[in-house]
Design a binder for this molecule. Structure first.
Ligand code: CS2
Length: 528
């Protein structure tokens, strides 16, 4: 691959009719032609195809981290490139910090995706993201974008914990309280522009945006979850309705409820691409390669899959031209991916961390750990319905090959994050289905047992080492471990943590499971 040089592209001109939500870089951020200068929409390295230049925002994306930029934004870019349809610019919304805004705004929204595989890396610069807003400073702007009739789709990658669900799977009202209070005020005052309270939760921001949209005329909208939750669209739709009921009980919420039912859809989707957090060293390497500094760089594996339930309330990008598959039923794809890919990923993350492996690629190269991952996949396959044309055993094996790609540098620590939020979908579903399947007798799924043992041993080790577990329920995890009289008691208590294995409660012998997990800890840790 030859290194392109940074020069302005001749075809780039500023579009005439740009809505307010598109306003991007200040003049002070204008690019220079100096090699090593900041990448910018108007100064894309000349050896690369010019990025798409959208003429309006058609998509608001909540949770613009690396994953969105290397996944849905790529499909959106490819669709725009194939069709010439420039309506599908993306306004990205960050949640916790301004960092992605500060990376992309000075670049006019453009950034590089570096695809890394066995044959090396290949960069491309994408232009579909027009700008990024941080709700802490720009809530009114985000609400306006959600309400704009030119916006047709809201996509979300807010991670499992971003859904503000309690251990019972229902909306954690306390977590969204401030947004619900703001929603009640906005509905009564019918306004959001001048005095909008800062949004503090993704679900709260979405519900306030939906209400603003109804008040602004109520154009139909599709809200498309792209997170690793089973039935993600159904879950999100239910949370939105719970939020409306909580903020606007009884008749106060009737108009909004009626409009939601008639004009807003929440399709499910399955997303897949391995996209680790970008490291400073990768930014430096790409700066050398491109001759331009890209603070918004994302690094990803070559594989990309997106399966979307075909249930749109209005227009959408031609994502099928960007590699997406549309189907009436996403569930078989979603379950297979969650239980086989994410399930094995989490197992390798915990067992791998305990064994001292920094990356998933190192963990899966350890035969003992790979054997545990395969056992978990075998447990899962027994519960799955194969999606059309998919051989589940071959699919499972291909996943382990993808994990072995060392070039992504995906760390065990990153995948280990937020275990309490991930485990219910990744292992809990398999466990519940296996326990409910009487033909399996009393036999426990040993791969799931090993996975739970790895997680529990990881949590115990973190707490005992005085490290904070990277999990929204970290305080609870620490208390459970500290209160336990010995490691075995701690492991047993962790397995019984409310909400961890939600489907198992009525399904079977949790005590036997906890005993088996305690017994498995030695195997999982020793074999590592
Ligand atoms: C990973 C996922 O961080 C994690 O928990 O399991 O982000 C995984 O890389 C993606 O779902 C792959 O599509």
């Amino acid at each position: 691959m030859t290194a392109p040089t940074a020069t302005p592209t001749s075809s780039d001109t500023t579009p005439d009719a740009v809505p307010d939500v598109l306003s991007t870089a200040a003049p002070a951020d204008a690019p220079t032609e100096r090699a090593g200068a900041r990448l910018h929409r108007d100064a894309v390295p000349s050896g690369l195809p010019a990025p798409v230049r959208p003429t309006q925002v058609g998509i608001v994306h909540l949770g613009i981290g690396a994953f969105h930029r290397a996944h849905q934004a790529v499909a959106t870019e490819d669709a725009a490139r194939a069709t010439g349809d420039t309506r599908w610019g993306i306004l990205g919304v960050t949640q916790r910090s301004a960092s992605v805004r500060d990376q992309l705004r000075p670049q006019g929204g453009v950034y590089t995706v570096l695809t890394v595989g066995p044959d090396g890396g290949s960069p491309r610069v994408l232009g579909s993201v027009t700008d990024v807003a941080w709700p802490a400073e720009e809530t009114p702007r985000v609400l306006a974008a959600l309400a704009a009739p030119t916006t047709h789709v809201v996509t979300l990658t807010i991670t499992e914990k971003g859904y503000s669900r309690g251990a019972d799977g229902r909306l954690d009202r306390e977590a969204v309280r401030r947004d619900l209070d703001a929603l009640a005020r906005e509905e009564h005052a019918a306004g959001y522009r001048d005095e909008a309270a800062t949004a503090t939760s993704a679900v709260g921001l979405l519900v306030r945006g939906l209400a603003a949209r109804r008040r602004a005329g109520g154009a139909p909208l599709t809200v498309l979850s792209c997170d690793n939750l089973a039935d993600n669209g159904r879950v999100l739709g239910a949370l939105v309705r719970e939020a409306v009921d909580a903020a606007l009980p009884g008749a106060a919420g009737d108009d909004l409820r009626t409009w939601l039912a008639a004009s807003v859809t929440f399709p499910c989707s399955m997303v897949d691409r391995i996209v680790p957090a970008t490291t400073p060293a990768q930014r430096d390497e790409v700066e050398t390669l491109l001759g331009a500094r890209d603070e918004g760089l994302v690094v990803a594996e070559p594989f990309l899959q997106w399966v979307i339930e075909d249930r749109f309330a209005g227009p959408r990008p031609a994502w099928e031209q960007g590699g997406a598959t549309f189907t009436d039923d996403v569930a078989p794809y979603e379950r297979a991916k969650l239980r086989l890919l994410n399930g094995a990923h989490s197992l390798l993350a915990y067992a791998g961390s305990l064994a001292g492996y920094a990356t998933i690629a190192e963990a899966v190269a350890d035969p003992a750990l790979a054997a545990h991952a395969r056992a978990l996949q075998a447990d899962a396959i027994a519960t799955l319905e194969a999606p059309d044309g998919v051989d589940l055993a071959a699919y499972a094996e291909e996943l382990l090959e993808r994990f072995a790609n060392p070039a992504t540098g995906h760390t065990t620590r990153q995948v280990a994050m937020d275990g309490t939020q991930k485990i219910p979908f990744r292992w809990g579903g398999t466990l519940a289905d296996r326990l409910a399947d009487r033909s399996a007798g009393d036999e426990l799924p040993q791969g799931v047992v090993a996975a739970l043992a790895a997680w529990a041993a990881f949590v115990v080790a973190e707490v005992r080492a005085g490290r904070a577990v990277d999990d929204p329920r970290a305080d609870e995890l620490r208390s459970v471990v500290e209160a336990a009289d010995g490691d075995a008691v701690a492991v047993r208590a962790l397995v019984r943590l409310p909400g961890l294995l939600p489907d198992v409660a009525d399904a079977g012998p949790l005590d036997a499971l906890a005993d088996a997990v305690v017994a498995a800890v030695g195997t999982v840790v020793r074999s590592s």
